[in-house]
Design a protein around this ligand. Structure first.
Ligand code: TXA
Ligand code: MG
Length: 356
């Protein structure tokens, strides 16, 4: 299959949008820009089309997809919200939609099982990217879209990165420029709670804990031990309900093809003789403890000189891809401050690493 790239510039996006909508209506998949990362979309109500998303990515069927809505009101068509839950959800929608917040909520029957991997909940979000919004609107159904990378690999933040991941596997990539947020959406499971709503933080992202706290108690789900995971999986194989609460939370993800090491302290890094290493530094400053630690073959800086977490977020996946292709044997990544957006950045680095 030949993979076409069409440009969707601000004044000149109608041709690209028409092309994308035609393919999606015909049951095909299309890569689309969002403000976080590029998504590989299919009409969420078309089971065969959704199956093609799993196939193109090589994604296991137990890992559910996010559906992207074109209006805030559509949430009532796809989610089954009790009045109490709806109160909280509406406040979150007012504050964060359109934008990089995904909510996991009880689903309505209309959402096919293939989208949710058989779970009773569905993950919904409304993207702030005009191209994703317009395609959703013109299509008339939500778009189920995971990040447009092969399973387990680095999420793409440009059309070129999508091409490298999925060339030959999908018919169309809509190029809407580089993603201006750069990290996948924050995911919360919203629960009514007593007095205060409970916001279970399933994936840290651009909407940070500090922003969410105003709307409920932010809780981190306990990580399942390997043994508990296996027990749950065995139960599921025996016909029980499918496995994990946020499957993407547990696996190794966002991985370059060469090893990445992520240590809390610079002293923990012990280089192997004869190996060539690249450093992914935060600010490129010696006083952070890594720049002078080794004779690095390559150094890239997430936020040169300044240490701005927003800038680091936008550049993270792009630089990981660059270092992956730079010809070294392994990458060492410096941790960033564990506050605000830094929580999501460290989370992605930890899960990309071979020593986490
Ligand atoms: O920013 C984003 O969220 C991007 C763009 C394209 O929208 N999408 C994205 O999708 O990152 P994906 O599939 O790569 O990650 C979605 C995560 C997965 O870890 C999945 O397990 C989790 O959301 N998820 C989806 N539905 C869920 C559900 N019902 N309950 C719990 N977790 C769910
Ligand atoms: Mg992903």
């Amino acid at each position: 299959m030949e993979t076409e790239i069409v440009y969707a510039e601000e004044e000149n996006s109608s041709e690209a949008i028409t092309k994308a909508v035609r393919l999606l209506s015909d049951g095909d998949v299309v890569a689309l820009p969002t403000e976080t990362v590029y998504g590989l979309g299919a009409s969420a109500l078309d089971e065969e089309a959704v199956a093609k998303v799993f196939e193109a990515k090589g994604r296991p069927s137990f890992d559910p997809l996010i559906i992207h809505l074109s209006t805030r009101e559509q949430i009532h068509d796809y989610c089954d919200l009790s009045p109490g839950l709806n109160d909280v959800v509406q406040k979150l929608i007012q504050a964060f939609w359109p934008g990089p917040l995904t909510m996991v909520l009880p689903k309505k029957d209309i959402v096919p099982d293939i989208v949710t991997s058989g779970l009773a909940t569905v993950a919904v979000r409304m993207s702030a990217h005009p191209v994703m919004q317009e395609v959703c609107k013109a299509l008339g159904t939500p778009i189920a879209a995971p990040s447009a990378n092969r399973f387990g690999r680095i999420s793409p933040t440009s059309a070129g990165a999508v091409f490298k991941e999925l060339d030959g596997k999908i018919p169309l990539i809509v190029d809407g420029g580089a993603c201006n947020s750069g990290l996948e959406s924050t995911i919360i499971r919203v629960e009514e709670g007593e007095g205060k709503a409970l916001l279970h933080l399933l994936r840290a992202g651009p909407v940070v804990k500090e922003d969410l706290q105003e709307y409920g108690k932010v809780v981190r789900p306990k990580k399942l031990s390997e043994r508990a995971m296996r027990a749950k999986e065995e139960r599921a194989e025996g016909g029980g309900s499918p496995v994990v609460e946020a499957p993407g939370m547990l696996d190794s993800h966002y991985a370059p093809s060469i090893p990445l090491y992520f240590h809390d302290k610079p002293e923990d890094f012990t280089p192997e003789e004869g190996k060539r290493y690249a450093l992914l530094s935060y600010r490129g400053q010696v006083r952070d403890g890594y720049m002078d630690l080794y004779d690095w073959d390559v150094v890239e800086e997430l936020s040169p000189g300044k240490g701005k977490l927003a800038e680091a977020s936008v550049r993270l996946f792009h630089l990981l891809r660059m270092l992956d292709e730079s010809g070294v044997d392994a990458i060492v990544a410096e941790p960033v401050a564990e506050t605000g957006l830094g929580v999501a950045i460290n989370d992605r680095l930890r899960r990309a690493s071979v020593n986490h």
